[in-house]
Design a protein around this ligand. Sequence first.
Ligand code: MN
Length: 713
Amino acid sequence: MIRLNDILDRTLSYNPGANLDVIKRAYVFSAKVHQGQMRLSGEPYLVHPIEVGGILTDLRMDVDSIATGLLHDVVEDAWTELDQIESTFGKEISTLVDGVTKISQISYGTSEKRQAENLRKMIVAMTKDVRVILIKLADRLHNMRTLEYHEEDKRVKISQETRDIYAPLAHRLGINWLRSELDDLSFMHLNSERYYRLAKRIAKSRKEREKYIKEVEGIIKEILTKQGITADVSGRPKNLYSINQKMEKYDLDFDQVYDIIAFRVIVGSIRDCYQALGTIHSHWKPIPQRIKDYIAMPKANGYQSLHTTVIGPYGERVEIQIRTEQMHSVAEGGIAAHWKYKEGKVIQEKSDWEFAWLRQLLEWQQEVPDATEFLNTVKLDLFPNEVFVFTPRGDVKEFPKGATPVDFAYSIHTDIGNRCAGAKITGRIVSLKAELKNGDIVEIITSPTQKPNKDWLRFVKTSKAKAKIRQWTAREQRERKSALGRELLEKDFRKHGLNFSRLTRSGEMEKVARECNYKEAEALIAAVGSGILPSSQIIKRLVREEGLKPGEVPVLPKAIRKTASQSPTAISIMGVDDIMVRFGKCCNPLPGDSVMGFITRGRGVTVHKADCPWALESDQERRLEVQWDPRAQSLRPAKIKVVCIDRPGMLAQITQSIASVDVNIKKAKAQTTMDKKAINIFELDVRDIAHLRNVIKSVEKVGGVISVERLSG
Ligand code: MN
């Protein structure tokens, strides 16, 4: 068992100016608070924080971290107030203790892999100071080392959490020894039968193995020395967890797993690394795909080394790693290997603790040529653009930054999203637009009468929510069009003696739908409702298909002729010809006027001038884009009002000027006023608005004419 003095000595060994007083005070405080508490092993509880402090010295941590290690359980397990830590040890240590306590409180929830990944991200997102994670890792390592005192189910739960979350975190931080010990311990508890079988086999072959290691070490040393390279060569079995993984991955038997032993060659310089690699390759044949240059391309966690696998003296595979002393210390110590102490302080600004993680990654980025690979790795580690929130049950959910309760609702279930009427964040009612923040507990309030709103599209962030809202509004629109189409058709059918529901049931409508290139009758009906297909087209086809019943003979052709003659349309509607078009009597639009179409119940489409008051007031749902058809050569009625002096011959002069621009007068009406003026109304046939303007200009030129204007009605 480690004692306080060991911790103090070790601290001084790498941090000679350390302020040991803080550590001593933390020890006394912790001893007092935990007094009388026992661990399951029967030891005093204090053993645990002291061991954690010891592991933190293995990680070469600073004084504040070690003190936090000693204090890390006083809030959670001994009900000490955080205020008391702050007043006794200062803000820095109380913030660290708070961070470690918070991580311990995150619930692991289900054991799904994805969940684990989220939790890992959550821990990182919540932890600005990387020391909190390292202290938590030290805590977890000691708990794993003493896990056998727990009940089976608790052992399994803690081991899974270690395997899925804490070992990968240690890996991200590049602390190899910590990672492999965590991996082995969780392997031991989760699959103990296999673990012990492997351990036994390795132990059994120990003598042989040691002989083999000596032999290979000797050969490597010898060939390198001949080239003038001084090297420290050592071989050792890999950890059981990775041997087991290898066996499972490649479906190997234990005897086939030669590379349970890895040889490590440590040399003086980078140049020696490559030279050693060349020398070894010229002695033993390398396996080409197994050569990895992590010196030129370090892993994102900073790991550098040359890896190769060669065919060894007995035709077996031998795995060799070549690196410098400096690379080796990074490989083992990870993030901590970069820290330097001077006069008891880490030579870094305080804020550097907060951003050490980020800075490290950025430095490594400059060394990693493959930017995308780097970014992918970093994305897992740092997520400024993501937020992590909880469901009321404690599950973690991940969203893009700026996501709202509506995104959250859709992430749970489409129905929850569609009926999402409100939300509570950590118990408080918030707006549906509210931005989710890290750590929020989000609860959705649904209402059976709630429907998705198009406006939601303006603030939701996830593509799932967007897609679902669009889907819903599209469906709603389709339903509205269908209802309108049905109504139009029922009326028009009735006029022609056809029975809408009978034709629908009998499948006749389906047939017409396919003829008109619609998938089904429902789509055909919707097309009528949206105005792209006139009901007359359907009626024509049905009449032809069905043949006419005796009573209907005289009515139908007449009606169709009427429809056809009434529409020398001059109007095109979304590229569909032969639609029944009427013009608003109120505004009498002319080609060239800007116009607007309206679906009229049972009467096709009515076209009004865009500024016609009737058009502006009418139901926007029925509105339809229409254009004048430039190919049409039909004439349209127009009215003008001409005011002139009341004198003989005036009317003749005006009619002549109208005729001179090639316009037919259909009707004229004149009346005189008390003040000797005449007001004449002419009904004309014109081609378009330009034609009408010509008329007006021509009439204005006539002497005695006071004003000329177009009448709308
Ligand atoms: Mn603990």
